[in-house]
Design a protein around this ligand. Structure first.
Ligand code: HEC
Ligand code: HEC
Length: 366
């Protein structure tokens, strides 16, 4: 590798260090910071990773995420994806980047009831967090995108970035920018004059997204205090929340009808619109609860403004007058103090780390 390319990557790799959570201890090893005999050697700092290689830094509570064979991780690719994720020039009118709707202080979402696309176009759904997105098996509230790479191109062409059929031209234009050109060429081994395609951009952004890991919370380190600990016991016991919000990501990856939005004029069929099976109507994918205290408003339609109200709706089994609700969804008879404990537990699931912001990311209206 030539010296100028290395120089270009050095500040980029420094950014990466900040993007990755620091401690690396497997779950269940006891309180944070306790020195255990025989502990594995810590992973090398990200800055030491050669551009063409990759070393995971996995926060406690999580395992190494799966990576598709046709999009291997590398430090250079992750860093390129990081910059592209923050580049407003990807959108049709230069008005917003991916980050515009997936912001740190809003739990990696946008704080809006429903998302606002370029040209102030109202979009049909609430923006979900993208923490731990690497572990999902399908994307969007209705699971219509099977991979992160396909989801990225969907967001780019669709209402979020509104590039539409101009996506090939946009990818070539982005790929020809002086700050990106050589890097695309090296990472994807493009021949001289070969244009950057949407697939290359999607691969770089997806590689970056796979590094957005949220762990190391008191739940992950078995250090919950009294009220959140009671809340966790209710969450997995009397409240039966774990029937759907299960595993380290608090989701079963399946689609359930919990009656949200069923009475709205413009009905969102959810999973049913994808499978065309009526039985799937009104079913939505169980969302992760990582960072949930910051992602208000809640549900696919943003219909509930505040966390406690969302928990009450869940704990009471929604609107019991509706038909077709999931059989595992019921009124669990939780008292007010018990609801408070579950809310206290959910508040501990906030990620200790942040995305490293590049450039001015202010957007009018978001
Ligand atoms: C205008 C706001 C907006 C922008 C810009 C935006 N998103 Fe999103 N994002 C959303 C909304 C809304 C959804 C959910 C849409 C749905 O489920 O139908 C979503 C969903 C996602 C998901 C799936 C989450 C899940 O739980 O399945 C990922 C991943 C994602 N976005 C990444 C990106 C990337 C990468 C970009 C840039 C190419 C981007 N977003 C740009 C609003 C936005
Ligand atoms: C039958 C499966 C199921 C059970 C049981 C369940 N949930 Fe959910 N939960 C879902 C689904 C599906 C959604 C998304 C619904 C939608 O937006 O249409 C959801 C959404 C949520 C949300 C909003 C998250 C967001 O980002 O918008 C919270 C908070 C939540 N659930 C907490 C709980 C709690 C607490 C319990 C236990 C009292 C519980 N859930 C029980 C399936 C379930």
């Amino acid at each position: 590798m030539s010296a100028p390319r290395l120089a270009l990557l050095a500040p980029a790799l420094a950014l990466l260090v900040g993007a990755c959570p620091q401690p690396t201890k497997p779950r269940g090893e006891g309180p944070a910071g306790a020195a255990a005999a025989g502990e594995p050697a810590p992973a090398p700092p990200a800055a030491a990773i050669p551009p063409e290689q990759w070393t995971w830094t996995i926060p406690r509570g999580l395992s190494e995420p799966p990576v598709p064979e046709d999009n291997p991780m590398s430090a250079a690719k992750v860093e390129l994806g990081h910059q592209l994720f923050f580049d407003k020039r990807l959108s049709v009118d230069g008005s917003r980047s991916c980050y515009s709707c997936h912001q740190n202080h809003l739990g990696n979402a946008d704080g809006r009831v429903k998302a606002l696309g370029p040209g102030d176009k109202d979009l049909p759904r609430n923006t979900p967090t993208i923490w731990n997105i690497a572990y999902h098996t399908a994307y969007y509230w209705d699971g219509r995108a099977p991979t992160l790479e396909k989801q990225m191109i969907g967001a780019w062409k669709g209402g979020n970035m509104a590039v539409g059929d101009g996506v090939d031209a946009k990818a070539a234009e982005i790929g020809a920018l002086p700050e990106y050109k050589e890097r695309f060429r090296a990472i994807f081994q493009l021949s001289e004059g070969e244009a950057v395609t949407p697939d290359h951009v999607a691969k770089a952004i997806s590689a970056y997204e796979r590094t957005l890991l949220c762990g190391d919370t008191p739940w992950d380190t078995n250090t919950l205090e009294a009220a959140p600990l009671r809340g966790w016991e209710l969450f997995r016991g009397k409240g039966a929340c774990v029937t759907c919000h299960t595993g380290p990501n608090f989701t079963d990856g399946l689609y359930h009808n919990v009656g949200v939005g069923a009475q709205q004029g413009e009905r969102d069929l959810g999973r049913g619109a994808i499978t065309k099976d009526e039985a799937d109507n009104d079913r939505f994918r169980t969302p992760t609860l990582r960072g949930v205290a910051d992602t208000a408003p809640y549900f696919h339609d943003g219909s509930v403004a505040e966390l406690r109200a969302a928990v009450v709706a869940m704990a009471k089994g929604g609107d019991r007058s509706l038909t077709g609700l999931d059989p595992n969804f019921a009124d669990r008879g939780l008292s007010d103090p018990e609801i408070d404990d579950i809310v206290a537990f959910l508040r501990t699931l906030t990620c200790p780390n942040n995305l490293v912001v590049i450039g001015d990311q202010a957007v009018v209206g978001i």
